[in-house]
Design a protein around this ligand. Structure first.
Ligand code: ADP
Ligand code: MG
Length: 348
């Protein structure tokens, strides 16, 4: 077959799962373990750089590994279109044998299906193949940058079929997932220099819309080295911003209210309740952490902070700051949460 078969480096094992991609990840694993059983097709959509191709290739790897008796093919739309154009130049028989070739597979994965839109002949060939897979309980998997509803340039009957199996999306990364991916990538690329929380969090915040950019920025670091001055000249935008001391950045526009807002958002409580007297766990925690951050970032005096938090005693502020410091020393996760919030506050 002119379609090459090979293994891909993208696997389930090296896919980082988080809130934004959990559903698509689970669906992909389910399909990989049980292809052709229940959901035909699996349709994964989402913006560029969020892991669609990764998941399709992981399914491919898993199926070819665990079920070698199945004929499995991963195709980019590009290579599919190329083949179609090629056979269209030939004769009817060429088209038929091309269809038959594709229909001989048990599992067919097509990446970036949006590129097949508005290609009339491709649409037609595709429809036949599509029906064949559905009728014979064979697995189809598609990825696309748009949901079936928003995919223009396909026949209505094809759109309907896109949506009749299992449709799932990958959303822009939430901050925690972006941090995990960034950390994993630093490890993968074998960067030995220590990277500050600030730098890490900055990367995760800045590039959460595209994992490819996270990887790219880390490659640059790994290539040039963090200390290398050249880096700053080469990529002002990425690297120098990344390693500028964010702990002193933006202090001019920072104020107590911003700290309360960001911490309050994290704990799901209002600024008003942070300033108030209620001692519900969430409210008290948000209040103590806000006090700590105002001390730590803005360096206000204890009595000043007391006043800024609805007229509280300075001993209340000392207790709050001590409590947070102790927690940070004993609980690494909490420390990370605080650092993350700090970065968020400083990068606003
Ligand atoms: P898409 O196809 O949606 O444009 P890709 O699957 O090509 O995105 O992902 C871009 C890059 O980011 C790839 O190198 C991929 O391996 C990596 N990537 C994306 N999401 C994750 C994730 N959750 N965990 C690990 N790597 C990821
Ligand atoms: Mg892709």
């Amino acid at each position: 077959s002119p379609f090459a078969t090979k293994k891909y480096s993208a696997m389930f094992e090296n896919f980082i799962e988080g809130e934004s991609n959990k559903q698509a990840f689970l669906a992909s694993k389910m399909i990989a373990h049980n292809p052709g059983k229940q959901y035909i097709p699996l349709f994964i959509y989402g913006d560029s750089g969020l892991g669609k191709t990764h998941l399709l290739q992981a399914i491919y790897n898993e199926v070819t590994d665990k079920k070698p008796e199945l004929k499995t093919l991963f195709l980019t739309s590009e290579s599919l279109i190329k083949r179609v154009v090629d056979v269209l130049y030939k004769d009817h028989d060429a088209i038929e044998s091309f269809k038959e070739e594709l229909m001989s597979y048990d599992v067919l994965l097509i990446d970036d299906i949006q590129f097949l839109a508005k290609k009339e002949k491709t649409n037609e060939i595709f429809f036949t193949i599509f029906n064949h897979f559905i009728e014979n309980n064979k697995q189809l998997v598609f990825s696309s940058d748009k949901s079936p509803d928003n995919l223009n340039g396909f026949d209505k009957r094809i759109i309907t079929r896109f949506d009749m199996g299992l449709t799932t999306s990958i959303k822009t990364l939430d901050f925690e997932t972006a941090v995990l991916i960034t950390k994993a990538e630093i490890k993968i690329q074998g960067i030995r220099q220590s990277i500050s929380y600030e730098a890490l969090n900055y990367l995760a915040t800045y590039y959460a819309d595209d994992v490819r950019k996270i990887k790219g920025s880390i490659s640059k670091i790994s290539f040039w080295g963090i200390q290398n001055e050249v880096v700053k000249e080469i990529d002002m935008d990425v690297i120098s911003t990344l390693f500028k001391d964010v702990s002193t950045a933006n202090l001019g526009i920072l104020n107590v209210k911003k700290v309360k807002e960001i911490v309050g958002e994290k704990y799901g409580v209002s600024v008003k309740s942070i300033d108030g007297k209620a001692r519900t766990a969430n409210i008290a925690n948000a209040r103590h952490l806000s006090m700590y951050l105002v001390k730590n970032i803005l360096n206000h005096s204890l009595s000043q902070i007391g006043t800024e938090f609805g007229g509280k005693d300075h001993t209340t502020v000392i207790n709050a700051v001590n409590k947070i410091e102790n927690l940070m020393n004993t609980d690494k996760n909490f420390k990370l949460v605080v650092e993350v919030l700090k970065t968020k506050i400083l990068s606003k």
